[in-house]
Design a protein around this ligand. Structure first.
Ligand SMILES: Nc1nc2c(ncn2[C@@H]2O[C@H](COP(=O)(O)OP(=O)(O)O)[C@@H](O)[C@H]2O)c(=O)[nH]1
Ligand SMILES: [Mg+2]
Length: 235
């Protein structure tokens, strides 16, 4: 076994109201379950205290790591650079705003006993998407279309809450997606490479503090283009 069991990668922009509490909750859930973990926060020029808070925590807990990017943006490349910096045998991607429940991380991690990739899903029995109606409808329609284009069995391919073995990351290589399309890039490439996937329901909570940086209408088009590119050029 490697020194680190689980690396949790969290992209952030202005999440000072969430990040300390999230790191604390992850520590409670993972360390208390006997897992050696690390948290890699990839921050893009937050103008609030996000980066300062993470570096303060990392000074007392070396399992918490900060990658501060300057003049850069994009969840996709943040996740990829977080992967490159991480050491865990298992890697988990999650948002900083509690939309992905920290208490569900160990459920995804446990699924790694039987599968190579575990996809957190809002769109299967037991899962739920709590968000404004327009956002829910657009997300559902987008997921239907993406499933068709990429021929996926997974019901939620844009959720961003995924656990994967490091061997999967080593095989699929660079993540080219710029934003939340990293989710279906990982799902599609790992499926195409022959890895096993499972879907685990989770209840998505709409953020209660801080602001969403997603414009789903704009991203809808970006996602469609990127799905078509994946289909035409990947592997
Ligand atoms: N590093 C990085 N993180 C980002 C960027 N945009 C959003 N995030 C983070 O990615 C996660 C999801 O973003 P969020 O704004 O909540 O989007 P939404 O959940 O789709 O409304 C949060 O943790 C954000 O702080 C970015 O450009 N760079
Ligand atoms: Mg969010």
């Amino acid at each position: 076994m490697t020194a680190v069991d689980v690396s949790v990668i969290i992209p952030t922009v202005n999440e000072s109201e969430n990040i300390s509490r999230l790191i604390f909750d992850l520590h409670e859930g993972l360390a208390r379950n006997g897992m050696k973990y690390e948290v890699v926060v990839v921050d893009d020029d937050s103008t609030d205290d996000t980066a300062a808070l993470v570096s303060q925590i990392s000074a007392v807990n070396p399992s918490i790591k900060l990658l501060s990017r300057r003049g850069r943006r994009g969840i996709g490349s943040a996740i990829f650079e977080g992967f490159l910096m991480s050491k865990g045998r298992i890697i988990v991607t999650m948002d900083a705003d509690f939309s992905h429940p920290p208490e569900s991380v160990h459920t995804l991690v446990n699924a790694m006993g039987r599968y190579d990739v575990a996809v957190g899903s809002r769109y299967m029995p037991g899962g739920k998407m709590n968000a404004p109606l327009s956002r829910r409808v657009l997300s559902l329609v987008l997921n239907r279309v993406l499933r068709l284009i990429l021929n996926l069995t997974v019901h939620d391919c844009t959720g961003g809450f995924i656990a994967l073995k490091r061997t999967v990351f080593d095989a699929i290589g660079e993540i080219k997606a710029k934003s939340g399309d990293f989710s279906f890039e990982i799902i599609y490439k790992s499926k195409t490479a022959g890895f096993t996937l499972t879907e685990i329901p989770f209840v998505y909570r709409w953020r209660t503090t801080g602001k969403s940086k997603t414009n789903i209408v704009k991203f809808g088009w970006v996602y469609l283009r990127s799905a078509i590119n994946l289909k035409l050029h990947s592997f």
